[in-house]
Design a protein around this ligand. Structure first.
Ligand SMILES: Nc1ncnc2c1ncn2[C@@H]1O[C@H](COP(=O)(O)OP(=O)(O)OP(=O)(O)O)[C@@H](O)[C@H]1O
Length: 333
């Protein structure tokens, strides 16, 4: 049996505002696998969140899935998520119990006027056929599993009585309450300090190992990729420009953008002489895109050839890139 739980094929999700079209996600394909973490990495505005909200059918107003397929492989057979109306019973069931999402701001998921315990038990009784008492016991167990001290006391507290890191854990507890097969995490630790961030990563790693949960992690930070990823998709202006295993991407980046992202952070093992360089320029206006390779205007390898969009090139294993000059990039020329 295949370990693929969600397959995204040539997804195009566009925004329509003021009679203009923003091709926020413009032909993205990848697979999310059981027991693995796939990281989608790229700068702000590249389309990471829109990819995630397309999968969840939680797209903002004025946007829609224009083309492509999102298939969820449920126990009962494949489900075409892109064909399900966002408020359909089936989509709501999938969202709560099989595919869960956590956000940078836990208050997106937690309601300030109810206790954390109430919210988790509601989620449990709504999605699983269990009674109130069993749901309460399970909620306390979940809070405990997420490393929240004094879970019985915390159960009766409101989100504002939790610290930032604890709120993040409570949100993960809620997301994990129905044992989802897939956890989509959109920058879940950006607002937290590094110690808490490390604890949350450890927790997510535990979920992956113990429950075989598939994790899709969205981040702008290559440091997070080095910590968490089994597989990586590097995204720029709505496209995947490079993909591969974490080892392939981190050790042998083949796209100048990946290389630039890596050069912008200190990486353990890359030597103390590593020069940290921010990526020059900024992402182009989505309504006024450059011709050909979208990274062209910011790229040190730019030539005339780059005015044509490069094809997806296979490098090795599952490593692919879209760059005319990938050999030079690989050889660090
Ligand atoms: N609600 C919205 N209305 C209009 N355009 C939007 C909306 N949300 C996102 N977009 C546009 O879609 C594109 C992709 O945005 P998206 O939020 O997916 O990027 P991102 O990579 O997740 O960045 P960030 O980390 O800042 O959230 C951007 O051009 C953005 O301006």
């Amino acid at each position: 049996m295949s370990d693929i739980i969600i397959s995204v094929k040539d997804l195009k999700t566009f925004f329509y505002t003021n009679q203009r079209c923003n091709k926020a996600v413009n032909g993205v394909s990848f697979d999310i696998k059981m027991g693995k973490t796939i990281c989608i990495v790229g700068e702000s505005g590249c389309g990471k969140s829109v990819t995630a909200t397309s999968i969840m059918q939680l797209l903002p107003k004025l946007s829609r899935i224009e083309e492509g397929e999102i298939t969820y492989y449920s126990d009962k057979g494949p489900v075409r998520i892109d064909k399900l109306p966002k408020n359909s019973q089936e989509m709501r069931r999938l969202r709560g119990s099989e595919i869960a999402m956590i956000f940078q701001d836990p208050m997106t998921a937690l309601n300030p006027v109810y206790t954390v315990g109430y919210q988790i038990t509601e989620n449990l009784t709504n999605h699983l056929k269990i009674g109130k008492k069993e749901a309460k016991d399970r909620a306390i167990e979940l809070l405990k599993d997420m490393g929240i001290p004094m879970p019985e006391k915390r159960f009766g507290q409101y989100p504002h009585q939790y610290s930032g890191g604890m709120r993040q854990r409570a949100m993960i507890a809620m997301a994990m309450s129905c044992n989802p097969k897939v956890l989509i995490a959109d920058e879940p630790t950006t607002a937290l300090d590094v110690t808490i961030q490390a604890q949350i990563f450890e927790l997510m790693d535990k979920l992956k190992k113990e429950y075989n949960t598939a994790i899709m992690m969205i981040t702008h930070d290559m440091g997070v990729v080095t910590e968490m990823a089994d597989e990586v998709q590097v995204m720029y202006m709505g496209n995947i420009v490079e993909s591969g295993t974490a080892e392939e991407i981190l050790k042998s980046p083949a796209h100048p953008y990946t290389k630039a992202l890596l050069d912008a952070i200190p990486i353990l093992g890359r030597g103390k002489d590593q020069v940290i360089e921010p990526i020059r320029g900024s992402t182009p206006d989505p309504y006024n895109r450059p011709k050909g390779c979208q990274f062209g205007p910011r790229c040190d390898y730019f030539t005339e050839e780059c005015l044509n969009m490069p094809a997806d090139t296979h490098i090795d294993g599952v490593h692919y890139t879209k760059c005319w000059h990938y050999r030079k990039v690989l050889n660090n020329e």
